[in-house]
Design a protein around this ligand. Structure first.
Ligand SMILES: C[S@@+](CC[C@H](N)C(=O)[O-])C[C@H]1O[C@@H](n2cnc3c(N)ncnc32)[C@H](O)[C@@H]1O
Length: 213
C-alpha cells in the first residue's frame, strides 16, 4: 500500500504518464498480467532517452505497455520490435499500439523469442534489447540476441532479483526454487561476460544493464 503511494508520487514527479497509459497499466494489473514496475520502467526510459537507440528489441510484450512507453520515450524516433508468444496478448498489444497511433513505430511479432529468431533478426541490427519474458530462459534470450548487438549497445533485463529469491534460492517456495536458482545462475554468468560491462540495480524487482564493449 505504502509502496503504491510511493510509486504514484514518483510517477507524478517523473512527469506523469501520457494519457491512456495509466489506464493500460491498470487494465494489466486488474487482470494479473505482469508489467514492468514503475521504478524499473523509469530507469529503462531514462536509459532510452540517454542512449537514443534507433532499434529496440523487447522480449516479452504482454499487452504492449512497456513497448508503447519506449516508443513514446524515444519521441517516436526508435523502431520498437517486441516479441510475444501468447497470441491473445500479442493481438491485444497490436490493438493498443494502434490505439496510440504507433503502428509505424512498434512491430509486434507473435511467437516464441527462441524460435522466431529469423523473424526478429530481419528487423535488426538492434542497439537496445529489453529482456522481460520467461524467467528461466534469460541466458538463452541473451545469448541468442545480444551477440548481434552493435558495439555500445545496451541489454536491459528486468526481474533479475526475482523477488529477492536469488539471495537464497534454496529458501524460495518449492514451486519457484528452480527458477530462482536459474536467475541467480544467470546473474552470476552475466556478471562474468567479458564482452559486456554490467551493473545490477535494486530497483523494482531488480534490473541489470549491460553495455556491449
Ligand atoms: C512480464 S510480461 C511482459 C511485460 C511487458 N514487458 C510490460 O512491461 O508491459 C512477460 C511476457 O513474456 C511472454 N513470454 C514468456 N516467454 C516468452 C518467450 N519465450 N517468447 C516470447 N514471449 C514470451 C509472456 O507471455 C508474457 O506476456
Amino acid at each position: 500500500m505504502e509502496e503504491e503511494s510511493l510509486n504514484r508520487y514518483l510517477t507524478r514527479l517523473n512527469g506523469g504518464e501520457a494519457s491512456g497509459l495509466q489506464a493500460l497499466a491498470e487494465e494489466a494489473r486488474a487482470e494479473g498480467i505482469p508489467i514492468m514496475q514503475p521504478e524499473a520502467l523509469a530507469v529503462l526510459l531514462l536509459c532510452i532517452r540517454m542512449k537514443r537507440p534507433n532499434t529496440i528489441l523487447e522480449i516479452g510484450t504482454a499487452i504492449g505497455y512497456s513497448a508503447i512507453q519506449m516508443a513514446l520515450a524515444s519521441g517516436r524516433g526508435a523502431r520498437v520490435v517486441t516479441v510475444e508468444r501468447d497470441p491473445i496478448l500479442a493481438g491485444r498489444a497490436r490493438d493498443n499500439v494502434a490505439r496510440f497511433n504507433l503502428q509505424d513505430a512498434v512491430e509486434v511479432i507473435e511467437g516464441d523469442a527462441l524460435e522466431a529468431v529469423e523473424a526478429v533478426r530481419v528487423h535488426g541490427p538492434y542497439d537496445f534489447i529489453v529482456i522481460d519474458a520467461g524467467k528461466g530462459h534469460y541466458k538463452e534470450f541473451f545469448t541468442t540476441y545480444a551477440a548481434g548487438l552493435v558495439r555500445g549497445g545496451v541489454v536491459f533485463c528486468d526481474n533479475v532479483l526475482f523477488r529477492r529469491h536469488v539471495l537464497n534460492p534454496e529458501a524460495a517456495p518449492k514451486r519457484i526454487r528452480r527458477l530462482a536458482a536459474k536467475m541467480d545462475a544467470f546473474n552470476r554468468w552475466l556478471a562474468r561476460q567479458p564482452g559486456f560491462d554490467t551493473m545490477f540495480l535494486s530497483v523494482g524487482d531488480g534490473v541489470s544493464i549491460s553495455i556491449r564493449k
